[in-house]
Design a protein around this ligand. Structure first.
Ligand SMILES: [Zn+2]
Length: 106
């Protein structure tokens, strides 16, 4: 079960969240933060800014799921975190873009 299945409509967002042991909550975050994800006690907590539009909320959820699917959270070494975070941001966005392109070519 992967993000591509969600994009194709084969599974629901909830199916994928269950599969990854992830939960989403919508919180009042500063305007410059769309969302983030962290791993705590084997559960991925995805936090989304509730002030975002429906479209941006969807997009941010996909972005955070990409961090999970690409195992970014497991890889992050505390010392390397500051250097790696930008790479991970780009990679998560490119990954979703890649999946969307893949679907167009199906
Ligand atoms: Zn991110």
């Amino acid at each position: 079960m992967e993000i591509i299945n969600l994009l194709r409509g084969d599974i629901t967002q909830q199916d994928l969240l269950n599969y990854y042991n992830a939960s989403i909550s919508y919180e009042d975050l500063p305007d410059n933060i769309r969302g983030f994800v962290f791993l705590y006690r084997s559960i991925y907590h995805i936090i989304i800014n509730k002030k975002l539009t429906y479209y941006l909320r969807r997009k941010t959820v996909l972005h955070e799921l990409a961090h999970i699917e690409l195992s970014h959270l497991g890889q992050l070494d505390r010392d390397l975190f500051a250097f790696r975070i930008d790479d991970c941001e780009d990679e998560a966005d490119s990954y979703i873009q890649f999946l969307l392109e893949t679907m167009k070519n199906d």
